[in-house]
Ligand binder design. Sequence first.
Ligand code: SF4
Ligand code: SF4
Length: 280
Amino acid sequence: MVNKALLSTLPDDPRYLDASYNVQGPLPEEDRNLLSNLKPEERELAKQFWEAVKSDFRFNEYLRGCLNCGVCTSGCPAAKFYDFGPREMIQYMMRNEVDKIWEFVNKKVWACVQCYTCSMRCPFNNEIAGLIMLLREYAVKFALPSAKEVLAPYRRVLLTVITMGNQVTPDMIQPDAFPDWGPQAVEESKNMDVYRKAIPVDLLQRTDIGWHSSLQTAVEIMTIFIESGVLDSIKKIDKDLYDMIMDIYEERKQTLEEIKEKWKKGELKEEDLPDSWLEL
Ligand code: SF4
Ligand code: SF4
């Protein structure tokens, strides 16, 4: 039975509805671990990191409270294989434990596979997977070594997404690009055109143009990545990749401007443009 009199006196912040939060939740300053386990040079960075995460507008939206019930960790596939658990992360956040958050983000946060099971099951409607993404996002922004290490193998994917808007296009599935894929990739690459024609969507019927952006689209995609600050983050964790992407961007932008100029002066006919402008 809901006690309406009690409910009417409760504040809007859902965290106050959690009785256990009052018991568990932020420890008094003097009882908190004041980063004494960290090396002096790391302490300030750890504090700045945690303050940045907490001041993100999504943080309060995603973290609503915690019963410490463990439902999130019990259904977490990553927790079965790694020393990792969403409950421990939420508890550190609730307790404002900077040193534990720092340890978590440097050692564990990348184990999550973003399946969202925890978010779906949490009785407090915490957006747990979102909070993990938030930690990861700031790990990249702060150029933490764990972010550099984890993202290094994804350079090719990042390059393709940022320069083409696609992660992998079907015609990229070639044996030389995926030597570890074995005979299946060989077979698929041989018949790729047939597979695509079997899909009744006009755009997908030609692998050569259906998955390649036009020059204008590619420049627009890259401009969005630059203006939204994604490239700034990449610059901090992988300067070589950043330089490569910016070189491609500058070159394409210039080519596009030249084409537009010629088009304006009537020096270019429509039939002169190839199917994929990226070939220019
Ligand atoms: S989203 Fe991450 S933390 Fe949540 S259940 Fe899936 S793997 Fe575990
Ligand atoms: S499921 Fe929700 S309430 Fe339960 S431990 Fe996890 S975060 Fe806390």
